[in-house]
Ligand binder design. Sequence first.
Ligand code: NAD
Length: 290
Amino acid sequence: MPAQLIDGAAIAARTKSEVQTRVRELTNLGHRVHLVALLVGGIDAGALYAQRQGEACRAIGIDYTLHKLPATITQKELKHEIRRLNADASVTGIMMHLPLPSHLDAPRLQYEIDVVKDVEGVNPANIGYVVYGHTLIAPCTALSAVELIKSTGVRIEGAEAVVVGASQIAGKPISLLLTEQMATVTLCHIATKDLKLHTRRAEILVVAVGKPGLIQPEDVLDGAVIIDVGINRIALPDGTKKTVGDVEFDTVRHKASHITPVPGGVGPMTVAMLLRNTLRSAELHFGTTK
Ligand code: NAD
């Protein structure tokens, strides 16, 4: 029987609606939620993403300011800009669009973002809090994957969870959050000797690599929950392009119990998690956490 689809778009819509309700309550108390996004240089993809992000924020009552900065900005100038926003009481959240021009050191600049205003959870202190089990703000993609697993109702505690891909933004924080939920977690990456050995025993399988077709039906345990974080643009024989994940969806869906589609799975939920993190930052900023 085909797997149940994990409808990321529908779950994201519910999450946004909850965030909107709380943003309205804060606004009624005189607290404006205000996200400032930094965009360095005129990268088209970044500008389009920022525009959509602005629309998503405003649709639920979050103020959104996009600071466009010249590609020639120096490390020192950008550091000062971040520090200025950290000190600005009217700003409740800060994020920086990547990639940055090559002369800028992105991680060092992300470290400058105030821990409480760090809506993407990229300050190492926030990752540290995740490790210690006192999560303030976790990375959005990781939260998205874990929320989608939770949405299935499958028991995470004690489950064999395998995460494929060990990036800072996705795989590593996903493995930390699943460990926090008491799963038994195996983290695989490019140097993993026998990937299939691990994926075949995964009751929960999260794939965040960026390689279409990496996971085939024979690599999957019957009844597994599968979260496909990958986003890949592939060319079809007719010359058109299509977005797919890392999991061969059409075949693997007949073995899994639950599976995320691509698009429509982790992607929309990641946007919702950014909005939820933005609310969380504001609550921490105003001291209104419930
Ligand atoms: P990355 O390139 O930073 O990391 C890729 C990871 O995969 C590395 O840890 C690497 O060791 C591992 N890897 C590479 N080849 C492998 C293989 N054959 N077997 C096992 N592990 C292998 O990538 P990233 O930034 O984490 O992104 C991964 C994918 O997730 C991309 O397709 C990206 O577009 C997508 N992504 C989606 C969202 C979302 O919201 N849906 C967010 C972030 C990233």
